[in-house]
Design a protein around this ligand. Structure first.
Ligand code: AMP
Length: 558
């Protein structure tokens, strides 16, 4: 047996099976096992609501609420394999809905609440959920306008009980708090997370109940998380980090998680760390850059002595930020790397190792990572240190995605020669540390959120004045990158201020603020290949004044 499979076997044995040896279910691992072990009174979630309200939810209460939600879904005729979506902010109803869905062996898919109607529609049309849990405000703004395109959607459940849907709280109140989870195979589909590629529709990465094995083990190894900890993951549960490490991992470990409904505010964040005596804090480079901007004096006003470990993920963490953490917060910031498809952390700077600022760290136990070069259908592992290539992983860890929903070809393309190819370019040094170089494709990372250029372009093309559109990421001092779109206009439309404003408003309305371009420019001469495809890479090089690289396929090239 290989070292990696031995590691995962061990991690699996540490997780509680369903009573009677009936398999593995995320909800059991995350809540019910703690209740059975006599820890039901421990606080599972400390929710800080907007306006400063606060409520503590024990593991016992969370287990009961999740059971009530599972019973409520069952009464609506929903069962194993059905898809349940959420479109919610950082509220405990999201955790209850997720856990209740897993209890029922249905499939949970959280959507980001800052998505506009188009990204919501695209994702729902692929996964065809029967239920969505949301608020009346989000329902009116983002679901109602597209409802006619969602014939598969049978129920809308509103957490605030408004018009147009079922009342979440009333459903829970009417349901029994006892629910016996049916035998669950660890390989059953449990979670769908949408991610974006360069072209085509968003991809629904499929994750199974066994993923919880990796969520828990990697939280222990990479985040130094312990059951007695107060833990704060600042990611939104609409994205993979917010689910793997904002719901499942901390609950599976048995600690108390902080859930903060409000948006970023430097002073409030430091005060949250102090007031709740946060021990482990998992955040992202954009937030760290905003804290750095807020100045070094501000954190001195707070007692951060409880803080033991800080980690960051989602985008490159520049070396200065690691050093800033040490100097100003008294703790270095530990960068780690993973992606939607990997389901959990793969490469990390852990508590017990020397940090090399600017590096993503070492492959975790149970993970084999390498730098490779694609060669047709095979790959060649690059033996030479510090040479650039694509980051590749040997498949086999439990939170590895099991496919893209209904997209076998796209899934197959991710593998070659026994490796999973991540789409990230990186290097590896003589000590085995990995260093991020950039993406191999054209996806855009803005404030840690992966944005598919195709989705942005499609929304712009829906405007009658737009003939062609291309979206790229341009550097931004805070968000890392922001979306910039180039459009060419149809005859009869003038590129005046009124039209530019209209295009911006159109894009925001369709895509939502998280995905919409921050800048739109007119270009009547978009670089394209001879086959007519717009060359975003070249557009980006021109925008940034970088070398244009290989332009042999460029239209007009000789
Ligand atoms: P997502 O699937 O949305 O979580 O995005 C995953 C992508 O984010 C990766 O493939 C990388 O391109 C980027 N990413 C994640 N973590 C890091 C990191 N620590 N350093 C650099 N890029 C990262």
């Amino acid at each position: 047996m290989s070292e990696a499979s031995q590691f995962w076997d061990g991690a699996r044995r540490e997780l509680a099976e369903l009573p009677g040896g009936h398999g593995l279910n995320i909800a059991h691992v995350a809540v019910d096992q703690h209740v059975l072990q006599g820890n039901g009174q421990r606080i599972a979630i400390r929710w800080i609501g907007s306006g400063g309200s606060r409520s503590d939810i024990s593991y016992q209460d969370l287990s009961w609420s999740a059971s009530r939600f599972a019973n409520a879904l069952k009464a609506l005729g929903i069962g194993a394999g059905d898809r349940v979506f959420s479109l919610l902010g950082r509220v405990p109803e999201l955790h209850i809905a997720a856990l209740g869905t897993w209890k029922l062996r249905a499939v949970f898919c959280p959507l980001f609440s800052a998505f506009g109607p188009e990204p919501v529609k695209a994702r729902m049309s692929i996964a065809k959920p029967v239920v969505i849990v949301t608020t009346s405000r989000l329902f009116v703004r983002k679901i109602q306008p597209i409802l006619a395109d969602l014939p598969f959607l049978k129920h809308v459940i509103l957490t605030d009980g408004g018009a147009g849907g079922l009342d979440f709280n009333a459903l829970l109140a009417a349901a029994s708090p006892s629910f016996e989870i049916e035998p669950t195979s660890p390989e059953e589909l449990a979670i769908l997370h949408f991610t974006s590629g360069t072209t085509g529709r968003p991809k629904g990465a499929m994750h199974v109940h066994a993923a919880a094995i990796a969520h828990r083990a990697t939280a222990i190894h990479a985040l130094d998380l312990k059951p007695e900890d107060i833990y704060w993951c600042t990611a939104d549960p609409g994205w993979v980090t917010g689910t793997s490490y904002g719901i499942i991992a901390p609950l599976a470990v048995g600690c108390t998680l902080i859930l903060d409904e409000e948006e970023f505010d430097a002073e409030r964040w430091y005060s949250t760390l102090e007031k709740h005596r946060v021990n482990v804090w998992y955040t992202a480079p954009t937030a760290i850059r905003m804290l750095i901007r807020a100045g070094d004096e501000l954190p001195k006003r707070f007692n951060l002595s409880a803080l033991r470990f800080i980690a960051s993920v989602g985008e490159p963490l520049h070396p200065e930020a690691v050093v800033w953490g040490q100097q100003v917060l008294g703790r270095p910031i530990h960068d780690n790397w993973w992606q939607t498809e990997t389901g959990g952390i793969m490469i990390a700077n852990t508590a017990d190792m020397k940090i090399k600022p600017g590096s993503m760290g070492l492959a975790l136990p149970g993970i084999e990572a390498a730098i490779v070069r694609r060669k047709d259908d095979a790959v060649e592992v690059i033996a030479e240190n510090d040479a650039e290539g694509e980051l590749a992983l040997r498949p086999g860890w439990p939170s590895m995605f099991r496919g893209y929903l209904n997209e076998d070809e796209r899934y197959k393309k991710c593998f070659a020669g026994g490796w999973y190819l991540t789409g990230d370019m990186a290097t590896k040094d003589t000590d085995g540390y990995f260093w991020f170089v950039g993406r191999a494709d054209d996806v855009i990372k803005s404030a840690g959120h992966l944005i598919g250029p195709f989705e942005v372009e499609s929304a712009l093309l829906a405007h009658p004045a737009v003939a062609e559109a291309a979206a790229i990421g341009v550097p931004d001092p805070v968000a890392g990158e922001v979306v910039k779109a180039y459009v060419s206009l149809r005859p009869g439309h003038a590129a005046d201020e009124a039209l530019m404003k209209e295009l911006m408003a159109h894009a925001r309305k369709k895509l939502g603020p998280a995905v919409a371009p921050r800048q739109i420019a007119i270009s009547e001469d978009l670089p394209r290949t001879r086959s007519g495809k717009i060359m975003r890479r070249l557009l980006k090089a021109r925008e940034l004044g970088l070398p244009e690289g290989d332009t042999s396929t460029l239209e007009g090239a000789t």
